[in-house]
Design a protein around this ligand. Structure first.
Ligand SMILES: [Zn+2]
Ligand SMILES: [Zn+2]
Length: 279
């Protein structure tokens, strides 16, 4: 059995973002929609040992909101968090590593060589504390924990991870930073029971509406939903398809919008903090 907990469903900055007064951030501040923390999931095959996929700056708060990730009573210092997998070196995916610095054994982190190289600064900060034990990621399935295996799908500037329960054969894909629908990614989506996919932006020019001169979604390595991933995911045979890593500017966050209705009509769910997926 694979159990996935969505710890955070928002893209970098969260919802609301401290310096943003877009419609969604205002709605989140006034309680009209629920605030969401920055993107991270936890995965486990036995509900005892958990791996984080990306470690957001909101990690301490996410741990405190989920008893499963909190220390047990067996000793004064312990944690069910057995390691971290990184999709890329973005600040909103890696800053949480620093917040795990009180860990006593080295922190196990799986990442691509380029991600490890880009995070040398975190490595040197943590050298004074627990330090990081870097592990390689591979395109072939490797064991993560117990009967759970995982493999990497390379993407421009990022990777996606596919997890497999070797007992049941069930698979899940986590792809929060998708710049391009490569053939390999299409295959991985088609062979997954559950797909958690990049829902950062609805449209390519979304950010420029709140911040003139901002880069486009595609320039930021995020395929927009409209004219990007929506039709592809609609046709995917996965049992559950879920948009996550959703930027605070994205109109799908607001109930009643045409954009949200289009996503729902395509059979795609919109992630929220605390959502649990069991497969
Ligand atoms: Zn991100
Ligand atoms: Zn905003």
């Amino acid at each position: 059995m694979i159990r996935i907990q969505i710890l955070g469903s928002a893209a970098g900055g969260g919802l609301p973002q401290w310096n943003c007064a877009c419609a969604n951030c205002v709605a989140a501040r006034t309680g009209k929609i629920t605030p969401q923390t920055q993107s991270s999931i936890a995965i486990s095959g036995d509900s005892q040992r958990w791996f984080l996929i990306n470690a957001s700056p909101d990690l301490p708060r996410q741990i405190e909101s989920l008893p499963r990730l909190q220390p047990g009573h067996q000793s004064a210092r312990n944690s069910p968090i057995a390691g971290v997998l990184l999709t890329n070196p973005d600040i909103d995916h890696a800053l949480g590593l620093l917040l795990l610095r009180q860990q006593e054994p080295p922190l196990v982190v799986y990442a691509a060589d380029e991600t490890q190289a880009a995070l040398e600064w975190i490595d040197s900060v943590l050298a004074k504390f627990s330090r990081i034990e870097w592990r390689k990621i591979t395109a072939e399935f490797q064991s993560l924990s117990g009967r759970i295996g995982f493999r990497t799908i390379e993407l421009p500037g990022s990777v996606a991870f596919q997890f497999r329960d070797d007992t049941s054969g069930a698979t899940a894909l986590f792809a929060p930073s998708v710049g391009e629908l490569t053939d390999e990614l299409r295959d991985a989506v088609h062979t997954s029971d559950v797909v958690l996919f990049d829902g950062t932006f609805w449209s390519d020019d979304e950010l420029a509406a709140v911040r003139p001169g901002a880069r486009s979604a595609r320039e930021m390595n995020h395929l927009p939903i409209r004219d990007g991933s929506l039709d592809f995911l609609r046709q995917s045979p996965a049992r559950r398809k879920i948009y996550t890593h959703i930027n605070n500017t994205n109109p799908i966050l607001m109930p009643g919008t045409r954009e949200r209705a289009q996503v729902e009509q395509a059979g795609i769910e919109i992630a929220r903090d605390g959502l649990e997926i069991v497969l």
